[in-house]
Design a protein around this ligand. Structure first.
Ligand code: SAH
Length: 237
C-alpha cells in the first residue's frame, strides 16, 4: 500500500503545487505516494458555509470551528483509519528527520491546515491531533508547512530516490550536518576542488568528508552534538 496523505484545507488548489514536480512529482505519478485534498468549506455551516467565527473572549481575527473540522476529519478518516492525525501549528512539536522517518514508515497521515488565528482548541483534543511546527516563525496558513512535511516524507519512501545510498549520508541522518559538495569544472573562478576529492583515495575521501561534517556541525549547530553522539537529530524529542 502506498503512503496516503489526506490534507484538509481551505485552499486545495494550492496542491500538489511544488509536490507536483521532480522527485515528489514522480513519486505521485508512479503511485508510490497518494496525495488527496479535502475542502474544509464543504463542511461549513449555513448558507455561506461558514468555517470560522470570532474568538471567545474577544480579540482580533477568526478561529476555525471545532464542529466544522470534526465533520471534515470524520469524513476523511473514519474510525479505524490508523493514520496519524496532524495539525500544522507554530505551537507544535518541531519537525525533525526522525519524525519524518517515523511517518514514512507508516500508512500515511491526515493533515489539518490551519488558517486565520488557528483552530478551536477542542478539536485538537477531541480528534487526537498531533501539532507539528516547521519552525519558529508564523505562516499565514498550514498549507506550505504541510508541503514541507510531505516533501520530506515522500523523498525517503522506498523506491523514490534512485540511489538508495543518497539518503544515508545527509544532514540529520547522522548526528552531523552534511559535508560540502563539489562537481566539475575542477577549477572555477580561481577556486579548485579540494585535492583529496580528486585523489581517488576512497579512505581519505571518507575521512575528509567526516571531518568536514564534524567541523560544520561544531561551527553551525553545536546543539546537535550536545544531543548525544550516535543519536540522530530529534530522537530526544
Ligand atoms: N495565532 C497563531 C498563528 C496562526 S497562523 C499563533 O500565534 O500560534 C495560521 C495557521 O498557519 C496555523 O493555524 C497553522 O496551521 C499554520 N502555521 C503558521 N505557522 C506555522 C509553523 N511555523 N508551522 C506549522 N504551521 C504553521
Amino acid at each position: 500500500m502506498p503512503f496516503r496523505a489526506t490534507v484538509l484545507t481551505l485552499y486545495p488548489e494550492m496542491f500538489p503545487g511544488p509536490l507536483g514536480v521532480s522527485l515528489a512529482g514522480r513519486a505521485l505519478d508512479r503511485g508510490e505516494a497518494v496525495l488527496e485534498t479535502r475542502q474544509i468549506r464543504d463542511f461549513g455551516r449555513g448558507r455561506h458555509r461558514a468555517v470560522d467565527d470570532t474568538p471567545a473572549g474577544g480579540g482580533a481575527g477568526m478561529v476555525l470551528r471545532a464542529d466544522v473540522l470534526a465533520d471534515a476529519i470524520d469524513a476523511a478518516s473514519p474510525e479505524g483509519d490508523g493514520r496519524p492525525r496532524l495539525l500544522m501549528s507554530p505551537r507544535g512539536r518541531p519537525l525533525t528527520q526522525s519524525f519524518v522517518r517515523e511517518l514514512a514508515a507508516g500508512e500515511g497521515a491526515l493533515i489539518v491546515c490551519g488558517r486565520f488565528e488557528g483552530v478551536d482548541e477542542r478539536i485538537i483534543e477531541a480528534r487526537g491531533l498531533t501539532e507539528i511546527s516547521i519552525g519558529d516563525y508564523v505562516l499565514s496558513g498550514g498549507e506550505i508547512a504541510a508541503m514541507v512535511l510531505l516533501d520530506a516524507v515522500i523523498r525517503i519512501l522506498p523506491g523514490v530516490m534512485g540511489n538508495d545510498q543518497s539518503g544515508v549520508h545527509e544532514s540529520f541522518e547522522a548526528p552531523f550536518l552534511e559535508h560540502p559538495h563539489y562537481t566539475r569544472p575542477a577549477e572555477w573562478a580561481g577556486r579548485p576542488i579540494p585535492e583529496v576529492l580528486t585523489s581517488g583515495n576512497h579512505g581519505a575521501i571518507e575521512r575528509w568528508r567526516r571531518a568536514e561534517a564534524e567541523r560544520l556541525t561544531r561551527e553551525r549547530r553545536p546543539d546537535l552534538l550536545r544531543r548525544g553522539a550516535g543519536k540522530t537529530n530529534g530522537d530526544d524529542l
